[in-house]
Design a protein around this ligand. Structure first.
Ligand code: CU
Length: 157
């Protein structure tokens, strides 16, 4: 029921280049019977991509100092999407790419890149970043993935 609603709304942003391409990509997902949640998640990500900033909230996590941050990448989302770290210091980030396309995860402070993983397809990659107190962004730097929803926040308290 909700999937049909998603389809309907997707078509409203078909005029945008990036939404068009995302539609195309979504068509290559396995049949719904196989992984129904993937198609649904892609639909949600597409809505987020053309919604103009007010996207549905992704999962939020708070990590104690010294804990590894594990993020799952997919087309086109990060999970979790909102991360709070309780203390400044070095953070190890592991990105698992569950999508079909190459992705990465970079930590940005304003326009300055703090660090991140290489771009890769499938599997996992880790990176270490040194963080001071403040707000950062989590970004996939591949193509227009950030615009399509691969964008998160990281706050260091
Ligand atoms: Cu990406």
């Amino acid at each position: 029921m909700s999937a049909a609603g998603g389809q309907e709304r997707e078509s409203q942003c078909g005029g945008q280049d990036e939404a068009g391409r995302a539609d195309h990509a979504a068509a290559y997902y396995p049949p719904p019977v196989h992984r129904p949640w993937v198609a649904l998640a892609a639909g949600i990500a597409l809505l987020a991509g053309c919604g103009g900033g007010d996207k549905p909230d992704g999962r939020a996590v708070t990590l104690p100092a010294g804990r590894e941050l594990r993020v799952v990448a997919d087309e086109y989302s990060f999970d979790p999407e909102k991360v709070t770290i309780e203390q400044p210091g070095e953070l190890r980030i592991t990105l698992r790419n569950e999508g079909r396309l190459p992705h990465d995860l970079h930590v940005m402070r304003g326009d300055r890149e703090v660090g991140g993983t290489p771009v890769f397809e499938g599997g996992m990659r880790s990176a270490r970043v040194g963080l001071t107190r403040g707000r950062y962004k989590l970004v996939c730097t591949v193509g227009n993935h950030a615009e399509l929803g691969m964008l998160g926040t990281l706050e260091v308290r």
